[in-house]
Design a protein around this ligand. Structure first.
Ligand code: BGC
Length: 735
């Protein structure tokens, strides 16, 4: 008995000693059980000044330094936000030529926003995060959160539309989904990178109200609700300072007011000066080896603004050491959350599950804009012997090109091949129009004659029973593409004339536009059915065929207004000083009135309003009940609205809540989106939708008090199926 106790005692003592030794030997920064802040502090205390400074710059095109002596790994980044970009060379923008890096192409973020479905955003974030994790990336350079201010902006397809509330509600679950994988999301481009013309040099001036009410909310939401780990500074200037070196937007607003504890990464080549970068809130400088695009120097990474010169300024006391301590602490925190996170999952890459997710997101984001009483949609194949597909986008790759968000995908199902798979030999094809090849920064004219393509298509249209037109924009320079804006709201490559000709030749025409931007539709009244299809990624054709055939009932809603003409847009209602700027200076004179807020204030009827999207079924909104018609500053009002599917097929509807103040003390939009709910209903089914209104939702940014404030008065809650199709107005008071 005694022996047994002795034995137990001895072995416990030995284990404890070993454990203690291990615990003592293992530095705290390596101990995953320690709180992250303890690890950060410990690592910092072991680092030299040189090592801290090194953390703050790139070591290659898409990676930044670790601390090799301490076993702290580098940070690897790659572009998102619609798939993992192909591997890029160490020191140049050229592809590295790997054969194992073709990813799943997910739909563009405009399409995700058009789902108006936070569950889809979570699925998207989780799936794409798994792909980044599998590819050993620590940071995904996305999502893009810039607000859709003008339909000309070349990168709108990477963003989530014109409304700060919708953008926030989609961005938060997306970021959470990505970061579950131990991969940091890097929301970009902070802030006011709302155009590509002069993106490196345009200096934006705007009111505090526009900044806080329109342009900042999504950033605040990803910081405070999704706890995002990194944010990318923008190229442009804000009130005279570049986005990556802007004390006001980075230090004061993002880090201090919002409480961001992560890393500010520069856009590639977005840093310009050692002191401004160091003191202006930048943490990691990327892409400055060259001007970001063309030529470079020897020993390039030492020449970075936050490298040798930064070290010198720290050593000479021109910049205080706590400046680099703060940056290094943020970067270590990021490394512990990502590269050194031993609890993260393994990820997966180009899987069936991801293709399914991409298709489901595409299915929910496609918007049915018009389907007049002839109801060409969904297509009943029995009615048509010959279906003519017209348009270059029926066959063209739309995942490649467009700039940093361009993808090398494992497959891309074209609309034509999906329609052929569905309707077999009935499907015929003619190109109708042609764009040129996709060359970054250049418009290359097409090799075909516009006239002959058009005449051929019109001739064929006369012989067909149904025309499915598949056109829109593409990822070429001056279309939906980085580093240049579009030059016109109209469709390019003679498509307006072509569509008009086709519609006159054959009344049975469905127009499908694939784009990330609104376009003018001078032919809108000639065409019975119109679909807005976005860029849909690897499963593009399948998603489109799902909707055209009615296998899936459309439920997407526009995340931005389609104006009739450019001058209907706030940013285009003034002179060049408001867009694109004069002498690289630009003032947002439309102020808080962006998108539908402008159209409603001015009484301008849009071509298709924000929030618009039809269905193959019908929904009846029942009478809303309000829990009270008055609330005090700590109160709330609950609205309940029954909704019934009164048609013959199941469908999803997005019920939207907008709120407006009746006699505000400052100019305010007539109404603003404050809630939405996507509900699925079987035929005949009724569900009750609930919205809770709180005083916070009634607030505006008070420029005098420099804070949000809601004022007593009369308000209206608008319940609608789009911003224009308002089914009920419920008045209430804030005491
Ligand atoms: C783009 C960023 C991108 C970066 C790296 C920049 O030119 O503006 O969105 O993440 O390049 O490719």
């Amino acid at each position: 008995m005694n022996k047994i106790y002795k034995c137990i005692f001895l072995s416990t003592a030995i284990t404890l000693t070993c454990y203690n030794l291990k615990a003592q030997d293992m530095p705290a920064y390596l101990d995953q059980k320690q709180p992250i802040e303890v690890r950060v502090k410990d690592a910092l205390s072991r680092m030299t000044l040189e090592e801290k400074v090194a953390l703050c710059t790139a070591q290659s095109k898409f990676s930044s330094h670790g601390v090799p002596r301490l076993g702290i790994p580098e940070i690897w980044m790659s572009d998102g936000s619609h798939g993992v970009r192909e591997e890029i060379s160490w020191d140049s923008w050229n592809p590295a030529g790997w054969s194992n890096d073709a990813c799943t192409g997910f739909p563009a973020l405009t399409c995700l926003a058009a789902t108006w479905n936070p569950d889809m955003a979570m699925l998207y974030g989780k799936s794409i995060g798994e792909e980044f994790r599998y590819r050993h990336k620590d940071v995904m350079l996305g999502p893009g959160l810039n607000i859709y201010r003008t339909p000309l902006c070349g990168r709108n397809y990477e963003y989530m539309g014109e409304d700060p509330y919708l953008t926030s509600e989609i961005a938060v679950p997306y970021v959470e989904g990505v970061q579950k994988n131990g991969v940091a999301a890097c929301a970009k481009h902070y802030i006011l990178n709302n155009q590509e013309t002069w993106r490196d040099s345009v200096d934006v001036e705007l009111s505090d109200r526009a900044l806080h009410e329109i342009y900042l909310p999504a950033w605040k939401a990803v910081v405070q609700r999704a706890h995002i780990w990194t944010i990318m500074g923008s190229y442009n200037l804000i009130r005279g300072k570049h986005g990556c070196e802007n004390d006001f937007t980075l230090n004061q607003i993002l880090k201090k007011d919002f409480g961001f504890d992560g890393v500010v990464i520069s856009d590639w080549g977005g840093a310009h000066n050692t002191f401004d970068s160091a003191l202006g809130g930048l943490d990691i400088e990327m892409g400055s080896w060259t001007n970001g695009m063309s030529s470079g120097k020897n020993f390039a990474y030492d020449d970075y603004f936050l490298a040798r010169d930064y070290l010198k300024a720290l050593k000479e006391g021109e910049i205080p050491e706590n400046n680099v301590d703060d940056k290094a602490a943020r970067i270590l925190r990021l490394i512990f959350r990502t590269a050194m996170n031993q609890n993260k999952p393994w990820g997966s890459f180009a899987t069936e599950e991801h293709f399914k997710a991409a298709r489901a997101i595409g299915d929910e984001g496609i918007v049915l804009l018009k389907n007049d009483k002839r109801k060409l949609l969904p297509i009943n194949p029995k009615n048509y012997k010959k279906i003519l597909v017209v348009g270059e986008n029926a066959t063209r790759s739309l995942t490649a090109g467009g700039g940093a968000a361009g993808l090398k995908v494992v497959h891309e199902v074209s609309p034509l091949s999906a329609l052929q798979a569905k309707y077999g030999d009935a499907v015929h094809y003619t190109m109708g129009y042609a764009s040129g090849p996709c060359v970054y920064g250049q418009v290359v004219p097409p090799a075909y004659s516009e006239d002959s393509l058009r005449s051929e298509a019109i001739k064929e249209a006369k012989k067909a029973d149904l025309i499915i037109y598949i056109g829109g924009l593409n990822k070429n320079f001056r279309q939906d593409c980085e580093s240049g804006d579009r030059l016109s709201l109209n469709l390019p490559f003679g498509q307006d004339e072509l569509i008009e000709g086709l519609a006159k030749a054959n009344k049975n025409i469905i127009v499908t536009l694939l784009s990330g931007n609104a376009v003018a539709m001078p032919w809108v009244n000639l065409v019975p059915s119109i679909i807005q299809g976005w860029y849909l990624g690897s499963e593009a054709g399948n998603s489109l065929a799902d909707i055209l055939s009615g296998d899936v009932n459309p439920s997407g809603k526009l995340p931005f207004t389609f104006p009739v003409k450019l001058s209907d847009v706030g940013a285009h209602s003034f002179g060049a000083d408001v867009y694109p700027g004069v002498n690289h200076k630009e003032t947002y004179k439309e102020d808080i009135f962006v998108g539908y807020r402008w159209a409603e204030k001015k009484g301008i009827a849009p071509l298709f309003p924000f929030g618009q999207g039809l269905s193959y079924t019908t929904f009846k909104y029942g009478k809303a009940a309000a829990s009270a018609d008055e609330m005090d500053k700590d109160g709330k009002i609950k609205l309940t609205i029954p909704i019934t599917n009164t048609g013959k097929v199941s469908g999803k509807e997005v019920m939207q809540l907008y709120i407006g103040e009746e006699n505000p003390s400052v100019p305010r939009p007539i109404k603003e989106l404050k809630g939405f709910d996507k509900i699925e209903l079987a035929p005949g089914e009724t569900k009750i939708v609930t919205f809770t209104i709180t005083p916070g939702q009634l607030a505006f940014y008070d420029e005098n008090q420099k804070s949000w404030r809601s004022e007593s008065g009369r308000f209206k809650a608008f319940i609608g199926s789009s911003s224009e199709d308002i089914r009920q107005i419920i008045p209430f008071k804030l005491k």
